[in-house]
Design a protein around this ligand. Structure first.
Ligand code: NAD
Length: 479
C-alpha cells in the first residue's frame, strides 16, 4: 500500500532540481543562466541486440550529457536493472556539480545499461559491453576529448578495459586512445589507487570534517574518528574501501553493514575484510558469523550510531524513514541516497549531512589524474622519484657526519631514515593529490556554510560553490 508520504516523494531527478533551486534562490544569476545550468543538454538512448544463448537479446542503454561548459564531459557507466532515463539524467547533473566542486576540468555526464550483470557469464558481458561501447563510440559519446566514462555501480576495471580496447580498435591511430575512459586496470593504462579512490575520498572527507571542532560539535559529536560507531550500507567498491580504511587506519568501529540480503550488526565492531571475503564466496552477508543477521537490512539505517554511510544506491533515506534516523552525521558515499523530502526532515532535526557531490568525488578526482597520465604518456613520479631520494640522502649523510663530529651523541632512528629516504611513487602522489583535493574542497564548502546565515547546511553550500564555478565558466564564454 502506498502512503501519502510515499506519493509526495519527488523522483531522483526532481530531488536534484529541488536542491539546485534552493541554492540558486540565494544567488544572483543573470536571467536565463539558471535554467541553462539546470537543464540536461542531451540524453541519448540506444537499444541494441546481441546474439546470446542462441537468440537475440535486446538491451537498453543511455548516455546523458548534462553540461558541456567544460569538455570532455565525465561520468560513470552503471550496469543495473534500475537504470532509466530519469536516473541517468539526475546522475549526470550531479557530475556537473561534483566536477566543479573538486575543481576537475570537466562537464557532467553519466551512462547506464539496464542489465543484471550477475545474470551473464563474463564472456557474454564482454560482448554486451563492447556492443554498448561501439554504439557510444561511433557517436563520439566515448572520446578522450569529448566524453570520458568511468566505473559506477555494477561496473569496474574489467568493463573499463573492454571499453578502452573497443575504442582503440575503432580509432587505431588515436595516440590518446587510453584516455577515452578511466578506471582501467593498472596494466591497461590505469593508475595506482583508482579502485580504492572513492572510498579513500570518503575517509579523507571524514578526516577533514573531524579537523573542524565547530562542525563536529554541530553534529553533536566530539573528539576524533577514533572509536566512532559507523553503519555502512553497501559493501561494494565504495562502501568496502571506506569501511576498511576507517576501521583499519582511523580507529573507527564498523558496527553495522547493510547489503541486499539483509544486515549485520555488532556493537563490538565487525571485521570488514572478513565480511567482504564472505560476500565474494557466498554472494551475500547471510550466514556470516560474528554479527547478528537481520533479513530487513534497511531497518538498520535507523539504528543508533555516530556516522551513517549510505554507499549503495539512491533514494534509501526518504520522508518515511528520515524521522527515525538516529545518526547525527551522514556522509553520502552513494549518489543521491537521501531524497529532497528526506533531506528536509533531517535538516530540521539537525542532522549534519556531508553531501554526495563532495563526499564521493574521490573517484572522479583520481580519474582526472588517470586521464592526465594517459595524455602525458608517463607515470607520475617517474622523473622525480630518484632525484628526490638523492637529495634526501644528502641531508641524511650530512646529519650523520655532523653527529659523528659533534660532542653530542645523537643518532637518527632507522625508521626515520627509511621513511624520509623513500621518494614518492605513483600511489603516494595519487593519495597526496586526493587528500589535498578533499581538504580544500571541504574548506571552501564550510566557509560558505559558516559565514552565511541564509545557508543552512553543507549541501546548499556545496551547490552554491559549484553553481558559481559553472556560471563563471559560462560568463567567460560570453553567455
Ligand atoms: P558496487 O556495485 O561496487 O557496490 C554497490 C553495493 O551495494 C553492492 O555490494 C550491492 O550488493 C549493494 N547494494 C545494492 N542494492 C542494495 C540495497 N538495496 N541495499 C543494500 N545494499 C545494496 O557500486 P559502487 O561503485 O560501490 O557504487 C555505489 C554508489 O557509489 C553508487 O551510488 C555510485 O553511483 C556511487 N559512486 C561510485 C563511484 C565509484 O568510483 N565506483 C564514484 C562515485 C560515486
Amino acid at each position: 500500500m502506498t502512503t501519502d508520504a510515499q506519493q509526495a516523494e519527488p523522483s531522483f531527478r526532481d530531488s536534484v532540481d529541488i536542491m539546485f533551486n534552493r541554492a540558486v534562490s540565494l544567488m544572483e544569476l543573470p536571467e536565463g543562466l539558471e535554467e541553462k545550468i539546470r537543464v540536461c543538454n542531451a540524453t541519448y538512448t540506444v537499444r541494441f541486440g546481441v546474439r546470446l544463448r542462441g537468440k537475440i537479446e535486446t538491451f537498453t542503454g543511455y548516455r546523458s550529457v548534462h553540461s558541456e561548459h567544460m569538455e570532455p564531459v565525465k561520468g560513470g557507466i552503471r550496469f543495473s536493472m534500475g537504470v532509466h532515463q530519469d536516473e541517468v539524467e539526475a546522475l549526470a547533473a550531479l557530475m556537473t556539480y561534483k566536477c566543479a566542486r573538486v575543481e576537475v576540468p570537466y562537464g557532467g555526464s553519466k551512462g547506464g545499461l539496464r542489465i543484471d550483470p550477475n545474470a551473464w557469464e563474463p564472456h557474454e558481458l564482454e560482448l554486451i559491453t563492447r556492443r554498448f561501447a561501439y554504439e557510444l563510440i561511433k557517436r563520439d559519446m566515448i572520446n578522450p576529448a569529448q566524453n570520458v566514462p568511468a566505473p559506477d555501480m555494477g561496473t569496474g576495471e574489467r568493463e573499463m578495459a573492454w571499453i578502452a580496447d573497443q575504442y582503440k580498435r575503432m580509432n587505431t591511430t588515436d595516440i590518446n586512445g587510453n584516455a577515452c575512459v578511466t578506471g582501467k586496470p593498472p596494466n591497461a593504462g590505469g593508475i595506482a589507487g583508482r579502485v580504492e579512490a572513492t572510498g579513500r575520498g570518503v575517509q579523507y572527507a571524514l578526516q577533514e570534517f573531524f579537523r573542524h571542532a565547530d562542525d563536529v560539535k554541530t553534529a553533536g559529536l566530539s573528539g576524533s574518528l577514533d572509536g566512532k560507531r559507523i553503519i555502512v550500507q553497501g559493501l561494494g567498491n565504495v562502501g568496502y574501501h571506506a569501511a576498511k580504511f576507517l576501521s583499519e587506519e582511523d580507529g573507527a568501529k564498523i558496527t553495522g553493514i547493510i547489503e541486499r540480503d539483509g544486515s549485520l550488526h555488532n556493537e563490538d565492531g565487525i571485521d570488514v575484510e572478513a565480511v567482504r571475503q564472505w560476500i565474494i564466496k557466498n554472494g551475500g552477508v547471510t550466514g556470516f558469523t560474528g554479527a547478528t543477521h537481520a533479513e530487513n537490512g534497511a531497518a538498520l539505517l535507523e539504528a543508533e550510531c555516530d556516522i551513517l554511510i549510505p554507499a549503495a544506491l539512491e533514494g534509501v533515506i526518504d520522508r518515511n524513514n528520515a524521522p527515525n534516523i538516529k545518526a547525527p552525521l551522514i556522509i553520502e558515499a552513494a549518489n543521491g541516497p537521501i531524497t529532497a523530502g528526506g533531506d528536509e526532515i533531517l535538516r530540521d532535526k539537525g542532522t549534519v549531512i556531508i553531501p554526495d557531490m563532495y563526499a564521493n568525488a574521490g573517484g572522479v578526482t583520481v580519474s582526472y589524474f588517470e586521464w592526465v597520465k594517459n595524455l602525458s604518456h608517463i607515470r607520475f613520479g617517474r622523473m622525480q622519484r630518484r632525484a628526490e631520494e638523492s637529495r634526501h640522502q644528502l641531508i641524511v649523510d650530512e646529519l650523520e657526519r655532523i653527529s659523528k663530529d659533534s660532542s653530542i651523541n645523537w643518532t637518527l632512528s632507522p625508521n626515520f631514515k627509511d621513511r624520509y629516504l623513500r621518494g614518492a611513487g605513483e600511489l603516494e602522489l595519487v593519495r597526496s593529490g586526493l587528500d589535498d583535493t578533499m581538504r580544500t574542497a571541504y574548506q571552501a564548502m564550510r566557509a560558505v556554510w559558516r559565514s552565511r546565515d541564509d545557508v543552512p547546511d553543507l549541501r546548499t553550500a556545496a551547490y552554491l560553490v559549484s553553481i558559481e564555478k559553472v556560471a563563471a565558466s559560462y560568463r567567460a564564454k560570453g553567455l
